[in-house]
Design a protein around this ligand. Structure first.
Ligand code: OVM
Length: 401
């Protein structure tokens, strides 16, 4: 190969500038080809839908067992014991997945539906209060963060005390998939306390006897998983189940606040809540990226990704690839967003997606029944994270119906 570098190769996709506004970089990455070497971190990047989708379903050549962050677990120490779901391949992956899938599946969630819809109605009623005029709220603190934190930890079955550790733990975890930049350095200061608390919630004695956590331990009693695996699977719920839904809800609130025609459609037809949420997951892609590791030399579009290389799957870029989507930058409730890779694809596809959709359906239905108009009352403030596309705050004005 000659030394002519594509201008992208020196770009750091984890720089503050690109994290704050990733879309121009992602368009350039897609246009550069099906795969591009990003020399700054010696990684390969894929930004087109077709190749990202193909790689996600090809777990044999694009493995997860070496970690789904930049760190290669085969040569470097992971910062915490690897996840038995996210950071494993078949066959080790399969028993934990088989145990967890029905616990978080649509049938099991029917038990929670009425409770979560009632909780959302109470939550929105309290926020709107008894006055008459419009109400100014922070869409993040008052809705996207507080609602999941109100229902999800109870559903897992952890005690109330210490729940303030959940968001900073998740924030650091998602930063730690990226390079050891300033975000990771800032989070590392307190991560030991957050991780100690999270790990302590995963034991059988701490968990309520009717939650997702207890159901995981019951699988250990049946012998479907071992007693050593159970606490790590509970840890996955506390790792992957909070920040993701917070920023998924943040995304759909932003989308609806900036698309009044979509809000009107949702008020007319509350069953659109689910499409609205999936379209927002496509449009905003709260989880922007995950890595895979090349198990063998993989030829892609005239390049060979060498065995052992880290390949960054730009899920957010695939979800806005005009080669796959019509007018991809448009948030559009009339499109079919299914097939988006915001929840991943293939055998690692989000096992908690039904939980996320139920949280969204509950919150959006409660809002749609009570709020005639929702609009931004100031510019939102981004929260930078190496993996997540997130807001720190999102001032909204809610007009009572
Ligand atoms: C886990 C885990 C952590 C973060 C994300 C995730 C999106 C899973 O610990 O299993 O999936």
């Amino acid at each position: 190969m000659t030394a002519t570098l594509h201008p992208l190769t020196d770009t750091d996709p984890f720089s503050a500038e690109i994290l704050a506004d990733p879309l121009p970089f992602q368009a350039a990455l897609r246009d550069a080809g099906p795969v591009t070497h990003l020399a700054r971190h010696d990684l390969y990047g894929m930004g087109r839908y077709a190749e990202v989708h193909a790689a996600l379903v090809d777990w044999q050549r694009f493995c997860s067992g070496a970690g789904v962050g930049l760190v290669n677990f085969r040569t470097e120490e992971p910062w915490r014991p690897p996840s038995l779901l996210l950071e494993t391949d078949p066959p080790h992956h399969d028993a934990p997945r088989r145990v967890l899938a029905p616990i978080l599946g649509p049938r099991a969630l029917r038990r929670l539906r009425d409770r979560w819809f009632a909780a959302a109605e109470e939550h929105v009623d309290a926020l709107l209060g008894g006055g008459r005029g419009p109400v100014d709220v922070d869409g993040m603190a008052d809705l996207a963060e507080s609602f999941p934190l109100r229902v999800f930890p109870d559903a897992v079955g952890i005690p109330r005390e210490g729940r303030e550790h959940l968001l900073p733990y998740g924030d650091h975890l998602f930063n730690a998939f990226g390079p050891a930049n300033w975000l990771v350095e800032a989070g590392a200061v307190h991560v030991a306390e957050h991780a100690a608390w999270v790990n302590a919630q995963c034991t059988r004695q701490v968990l309520a006897d009717d939650g997702f956590g207890a159901a995981i331990w019951a699988a250990a009693d049946r012998g479907d998983i071992t007693a050593e695996q159970a606490p790590l699977i509970v840890r996955s719920l506390l790792s992957a189940g909070v920040d993701t839904t917070v920023h998924g809800l943040g995304a759909v609130l932003r989308a609806l606040a900036t698309h009044p025609e979509a809000w009107a459609a949702l008020r007319e037809r509350p069953d659109l809540a689910r499409v609205a949420f999936d379209e927002a997951v496509r449009w905003e892609s709260p989880v922007q990226t995950f890595f895979r590791t090349a198990e063998v030399d993989v030829p892609i579009g005239g390049t060979v990704v060498p065995e052992g290389a880290k390949i960054l799957m730009f899920l957010g870029s695939a979800n806005r690839d005009p080669r796959h989507w019509d007018d991809p930058d448009r948030f559009d409730l009339t499109r079919d967003p299914s097939g988006h890779v915001g929840f991943g694809m293939g055998l690692h596809q989000c096992v908690g997606q039904h939980v996320a959709r139920l949280e969204a359906a509950a919150l959006l239905s409660a809002l749609a029944a009570r709020v005639s108009r929702i609009e931004p009352s100031a510019e939102p403030i981004r929260h930078l994270n190496n993996t997540m596309r997130a807001f720190a705050s999102q001032p909204l004005r809610l007009y009572r119906a």
